[in-house]
Each structure stands twice: as structure tokens, then as C-alpha cells.
Design a protein around this ligand. Sequence first.
Ligand SMILES: O=P(O)(O)O[C@@H]1[C@@H](OP(=O)(O)O)[C@H](OP(=O)(O)O)[C@H](O)[C@H](OP(=O)(O)O)[C@H]1OP(=O)(O)O
Ligand SMILES: Nc1ncnc2c1ncn2[C@@H]1O[C@H](COP(=O)(O)OP(=O)(O)O)[C@@H](O)[C@H]1O
Length: 284
Amino acid sequence: MSSSSLKPLEDQIAGHTEEDGGSENIPRFLKSDEGYVFKPVPTTRGGKELEFYKSLDKYDKTLVEFLPKYIRTEIVNNIPYMGIEDLTYGYLEDFANVADIKMGTRTYDNSATEEKIKAEEHKSSKTTTKSLGIRFCGAKLVHPNTGEKTKLSKVWGKQLKHDRIYEDGIKRFFWHPDRSVKENQLIVKSFLNKLERLLTFFENNQQFAFYSSSLLFVYGPTDSNKSKLRDTITLVSDDSNIGISLKMIDFAHVDPLTPPTKDESYIFGLKNLISFFNQLLSEN
Ligand SMILES: O=P(O)(O)O[C@@H]1[C@@H](OP(=O)(O)O)[C@H](OP(=O)(O)O)[C@H](O)[C@H](OP(=O)(O)O)[C@H]1OP(=O)(O)O
Ligand SMILES: Nc1ncnc2c1ncn2[C@@H]1O[C@H](COP(=O)(O)OP(=O)(O)O)[C@@H](O)[C@H]1O
């Protein structure tokens, strides 16, 4: 495939974007028609993430199930881009709901300078990162009937406080009042099931600390063209075309753990997320 067939990833909802290239002025993500996103590999911290993806086959199978598959690296305008499965692929064009939730109470890795640690801790204490181990980094909501889109930014996610994150973040994104209760329940149960499997991995994992990594939640009506339905999507029931996808993304700050330590920073966030999903089911 030539790099000319790559287009901007319109559905990129967080991370370094055209408007916000960050301190390294990183270009936005690209995507291919074959269902892959191409993430620019920044000079200083991208190598670590690329190495992580390239060694996927060595990891625990439960973990691999939660990672987009890596395919190859492409050079565009002299910049390397790593190709990974597009988690929005297979959904009806423009109808995928997408949320990026940053996991863990700690958002810097072992190589962080004193200054970086201070900045990250300050940000954590001002947001739900510290109190809940979760923070919305962005979301795109699609009205189930009209298709109207609402984009929620990183700034919105930072302003969402502990006492409002359930109503204004979790419930707003995962439980739409214009969808049937049954369909809402099926969506929430399908995500819950995956979150519990992920927790099982984390309870046993003594290999990696996933600092500053995110969970990417995607759901919506799937494309009826079955060739697009790949194993990143789980249909919420046998007789529904609604699918969900949940994978871990952003591994720029993954560090080794020293056994018997666990990634408690991430586990705390995961347990809080699971509680919120249980609350959605028990309240409705
Ligand atoms: O560059 P910026 O201004 O987007 O800063 C990024 C931060 O965004 P913020 O300014 O807090 O909204 C960004 O913060 P969040 O993702 O919003 O927590 C990270 O701290 C990122 O650092 P790293 O790539 O994870 O080491 C930061 O990226 P680097 O500056 O380290 O490239
Ligand atoms: N595999 C993927 N499939 C679809 N979208 C993705 C994928 N990976 C990342 N994205 C999109 O790009 C955004 C930023 O991704 P991330 O890896 O966190 O970038 P950064 O390292 O710049 O923070 C995500 O919020 C999501 O919208």
C-alpha cells in the first residue's frame, strides 16, 4: 500500500492532534481503508511504544486480547508511523461512539524528571486521575436516532470532577436515554464482561506497569458488510447489529514491574470503572 492512500483519522479524539501537536509538534494520526490507523512515532518516546507492539507475540494471551494488532511501519514525509488495528473499523461510518479513558493514578514513568513528576502529579490531583484512577481524555457521542455528534475534549475531561464523572461522563457516554433499556443493558454488560477479564489479567500481571495508558471504548451499529466485522468487535447479542470494542492503547510509558509488585495504580482505576458499570446496571 502506498502512503498516498493514507488519510487523516477524523475520529482521533485525544492525543496529539493537528490543533495540538504538543511539545514535539507531532502530526495527527492517519488511517487506511483496510482498517488500520497509523500513529506517528515521535523521536523521544515513540520508540518504546513501537518496541512494545513489535513484541506482542511474547506476551500473556489475556493481554494480547486487549491490544490492537501491530502490522507494519510506514514512512510518510520522513516520519515513521506505526500501523495498528483501527478500533473504529467495522462500525457504520460516522455512527461509532468513541471514548478514551486514561487509566491509573500515576501518569509518569521511571525515566521522568523531577519537573515532569511534579507537573503530572499536579495534573493528577486536579483531576479524577488521583481520586479515581480514571480520566476522560476525550469522547465522541453519536445520537442513536439522529446521528448528531457531540465531541468532548481533553479540557472537558480535566474539568469533570469526582462527584460528576458518573452522571456527566460514564452515564452520558454509555447509557443513552433514547436507546431501549435492553440495548443499553446489553452494551454495558458487554463492556463489563471485558473489563472483568482485563482485571483478571492485571491481578496476575507482574511484568508491566502501564503508566499513562488509556482504554479505548468504541460501540455502535456495525457495518452490514460482514467482511468488515473482525474480531476486535463483539456483538452485544446474537440478534443485534450493535457491537462493542475495548482495547488498551498508548504504551509510550510502559515500564517493567518488579515482582511481586502489581500495577496497583491501574488496578485501582479498573475497579472504579467496574463499580460504575455495575451502578449503571443496578440503577436502571
Ligand atoms: O505537549 P502537550 O502540551 O500536549 O503535553 C502533553 C500533556 O498534555 P497537557 O498539556 O497536560 O494537556 C499530556 O497530558 P495528558 O495526556 O492530558 O495527561 C502528557 O503529559 C504528555 O506527556 P507524555 O507524552 O504522556 O509524556 C504531554 O506531552 P509532551 O509535552 O510530553 O510531549
Ligand atoms: N487503535 C486505534 N484505533 C482507533 N483509534 C485510535 C487507535 N489508537 C488511537 N486512536 C485514536 O487516537 C487517539 C490518541 O491515541 P494515543 O495513542 O493515546 O495518542 P497519544 O500518544 O498522542 O496520546 C485516541 O484517543 C483515539 O481517538
